[in-house]
Design a protein around this ligand. Sequence first.
Ligand SMILES: [Zn+2]
Ligand SMILES: [Zn+2]
Length: 419
Amino acid sequence: MSIRRPQGTQDFLPRQTVYWQYMEKKIRDLCRVCGYEEIRTPVFEATELFQRGVGAATDIVNKEMFTFEDKGGRSLTLRPEGTASVARAYAENKLYGQTPPWKLYYLAPMFRHEKPQAGRFHQFHQFGAEALGTSDPLADAEIIWLAWTLGAKLGLKGLSLRLNSVGCPVCRPGHIAALSAFLRPLAGELCEDCRARLDKNPLRVLDCKKESCQKATANAPALPGSLCPDCREHFAAARSYLEAMDIPYQLDERLVRGLDYYCKTAFEILAPGLGAQNAVCGGGRYDGLVQEIGGPPSPGVGFALGLERLLGALAEQGAALPVSGPPCYVLATLGETARRRGAALAAELRAAGFTVLMDLQGRTLKSQLKLADRKQAAFTLILGEDELERGAALVRDMRTGEQREIPLAELARAMEDMT
Ligand SMILES: [Zn+2]
Ligand SMILES: [Zn+2]
């Protein structure tokens, strides 16, 4: 029986990885100009990190984690998201002691055991950026600018930004109490999930996409009304920076985000074609997270963006990702002596930075030339017995069909001129 890849995983073949590489380059370039540096954390972590850092009441922790025991009986989990790991690394490496803020980003696979459906995978990939050690509202605006600008740079059209403030430990308890008091008499009208949320996380009831729940909660008390002066001031400043940077946003009082550690700024970026439930990017401020996982109190703000979703949105919009590398040369040889000399020549040219392909199946010269067509080579270098005797190669321009003989000693220089 043939072995197949596990459910919910994908193979990315070369025709796809060129797009991933293109997207990843855009991301890295953008992070660099914003002063974000890359961090790489382990693929698995102690399960407790996610229970505390993501929240025991969330779907991610309750239903979707790949958890296993190591040989010593310790519970480990394949990371379902990146922020908890970055916060752990920040605390564990005592980065808070070294002139914060730290502006970090990751590009990494994540693992969630979600119901298989279109566009959802058990292994998927996220780009995330986190600014740790700063509560400055300009950091919030900067992080939103980064996420927003990436979509624009990749050619994504019709993006919209939804923005809210979800309060802080000072003002949120009062809001949650008011919300609970409002929701409790309506329990009968809410879906099963929302009835469970009533006790654990009533804020999330506002986020439910079921029509019956949205209807029942239409007049629920809104968060912005109960913000404390500190949260109000922070939100106003973040908005003024966004306006100064010309980023359009829509206020959305029902935007609460799924994770417990968010506070103050919360945002989502939506792309048309993915549906209202399907933000391409979500993020916000999480001032309580580092402390929650055992570090010192350290504010932070960040976002995560699903790369499969981003590519999906680009495909949906028919955006062509320009992928063009340097021209490729096919080196065709006739006879074993020429092949050996050709191998040496290819090595020399590759060391000089040229992309040179040789036949690896012992094909005839005619078939080797077909390889040049298939690989869309710009030039073919032909090395036969006659050329070899003269110490030269025949160079054919594949677009014009023109060919000329060039001495091997001058080949690299001539190729430089041709490209
Ligand atoms: Zn507050
Ligand atoms: Zn519901």
